[in-house]
Write a protein that binds this ligand. Structure first.
Ligand SMILES: *[C@@H]1O[C@H](CO)[C@@H](O)[C@H](O)[C@H]1NC(C)=O
Ligand SMILES: *[C@@H]1O[C@H](CO)[C@@H](O)[C@H](O)[C@H]1NC(C)=O
Ligand SMILES: *[C@@H]1O[C@H](CO)[C@@H](O)[C@H](O)[C@H]1NC(C)=O
Ligand SMILES: *[C@@H]1O[C@H](CO)[C@@H](O)[C@H](O)[C@H]1NC(C)=O
Ligand SMILES: *[C@@H]1O[C@H](CO)[C@@H](O)[C@H](O)[C@H]1NC(C)=O
Length: 430
């Protein structure tokens, strides 16, 4: 009996602190493409037919995702953001797509995306209007959930504009129930905490029960200052937001802007590394029809995606800030560790960090196998606890590594072990 209780206590200490939304989805961070950061609310299809929010845009992205290896790399959801609907609901009170820009309607678009083996995401708002002023879902949660399910939509991004904050939680919970009631599993992406932080600390237990991922902080922009502000917000709130991340529910630091205009290649590598460390949804917002090969290779880097999708499902955290370096670590399956070292000194050239300064390096006792993934793949070999390894990191760039402990660590059968300096130490086994 005592044993059972102890076991349960251990198990619950390993998992996230709250129950996840039980719709069977987002067991790993969502991967896909979302139009907002790159295409925004461009509705001028006369002047800019290639880039306006129209069914053609999503069909072309779906085509490219299959042809150019994105789907094989794991990117699955093709997601519509704001500015898709008509300003008027139909005679039955249902949302409808803008008839000029989506002549086939959303159902036909969903069928097309599904025929490519991909999934379709759509956008709505918990309040009276969407952020761009299109019809919101307040008062229509059940109607809209049913409409999305009837169309075959697979994901809903639900924004929080035009809503009295005192009713935000109720609205998000009501929509979650309405989605459940349709009987179709629809991935539910919320912005509940983002809109609540301005007034008070959100209830993350309730949020995890309600949503599959949730935005905490401002929209991402195509700039390094935006990426830095997201990292800073995340590290300064990690005690609150880390415990609730895990299979079924994730913190969402917003889209990947890799492949656009505003980030240097080192900064693009930093975004990719940190989004993997943060167990963040990997929703690209870029033009996959026309993307630089180097950005494409980075976004499709299997070793980074493996960190993002690691089955342990634990979000990483900032473990050290010193000498204008920032060290973040994410525990991975099989006792491995992913480590990202960001050089925040935006001057000069590459700077070196001795690997033993990484707090998690202690797992290299007596040894570990080190693989560098960024800035370039390099097997750094078996390293002792007192390694002389130095990592070189470019300004605003990141060194991303995985560390695998090898050899006997704490030998449970003996009370002694030999450390690398040859000194004999006594280890007390409790
Ligand atoms: C609805 O919720 C119940 C209870 O949490 C769950 O078992 C079921 O799978 C959910 N259905 C859908 C379609 O999400
Ligand atoms: C928001 O709702 C609260 C509680 O119902 C109410 O007191 C307040 O006046 C509302 N605020 C606005 C701006 O409508
Ligand atoms: C949520 O649903 C409850 C129960 O149906 C209702 O009383 C409440 O007004 C709804 N809240 C919102 C914001 O729609
Ligand atoms: C937060 O939400 C949970 C789950 O809905 C609830 O049990 C708990 O009482 C809430 N906590 C606070 C402080 O409101
Ligand atoms: C260290 O890792 C590399 C890359 O994963 C692998 O090829 C190599 O066999 C590993 N070495 C040891 C000793 O485990």
């Amino acid at each position: 009996m005592d044993r059972v209780v102890l076991l349960l206590a251990v198990v619950s200490a390993l998992g996230p602190a709250a129950e996840a939304l039980d719709n069977g989805l987002a067991l790993k961070p969502t991967m896909g493409w979302l139009h907002w950061e790159r295409f925004m609310c461009n509705i001028n299809c006369d002047r800019d037919p290639e880039n306006c929010i129209s069914e053609q845009l999503y069909m072309q992205m779906a085509d490219v995702m299959v042809k150019e290896g994105w789907k094989d790399a794991g990117y699955e959801y093709v997601c519509i953001d704001d500015c898709w609907p008509s300003y008027q609901r139909d005679a039955q009170g249902r949302l409808q797509a803008d008839p000029q820009r989506f002549p086939g309607g959303i159902k036909k678009l969903a069928d097309y995306v599904h025929s490519k083996g991909l999934k379709l995401g759509i956008y709505g708002d918990v309040g009276k209007k969407t952020c761009a002023g299109y019809p919101g879902s307040q008062g229509y949660y059940e109607t809209d959930a049913k409409t999305f399910a009837d169309w075959g939509v697979d994901l809903l991004k639900f924004d929080g504009c035009y809503m009295n904050w005192t009713m935000l939680g109720e609205g998000y919970i009501n929509m979650s129930r309405a989605l459940n009631k349709t009987g179709k599993s629809i991935l539910y992406s919320c912005e509940w905490p983002l809109y609540e932080w301005a007034y008070h600390k959100p209830n993350y237990t309730a949020i995890r029960e309600t949503c599959n991922h949730w935005r905490n902080f401002d929209d991402v922009f195509d700039s390094w200052s935006s990426i830095k502000s997201i990292l800073d917000w995340t590290s300064s709130h990690q005690d609150i937001i880390l415990p609730v991340a895990g299979p079924g529910g994730w913190n969402d630091p917003d889209m990947l802007v890799i492949g656009n205009y505003g980030l240097s290649h080192d900064q693009q590598e930093s975004q990719m590394a940190f989004w993997a460390i943060m167990a963040a949804p990997l929703l690209m917002s870029n033009d996959l029809r026309n993307i630089c090969p180097r950005s494409k290779k980075l976004l499709q880097n299997k070793l980074i995606i493996d960190i993002s999708q690691d089955p342990l499902g634990k979000q990483g955290s900032c473990t050290g800030k010193f000498d204008s370096f920032e060290v973040w670590e994410r525990p991975l399956s099989n006792n491995r560790l992913a480590v990202a070292v960001l050089n925040r000194q935006e001057m000069g050239g590459p700077r070196g960090l001795v690997a033993i300064a990484i707090p998690g390096w202690k797992i290299c006792n007596p040894q570990c196998n080190v693989t560098q993934i960024l800035p370039e793949y390099k097997e750094m070999g078996v390293q002792p606890l007192l390694s002389k390894l130095v990592l070189s990191v470019n300004p605003s760039g990141t060194a991303l590594l995985t560390i695998t402990p090898i050899g006997k660590r704490v030998d449970m059968h003996k009370s002694h072990w030999q450390d690398t300096s040859g000194q004999r130490r006594r280890v007390t086994i409790l």
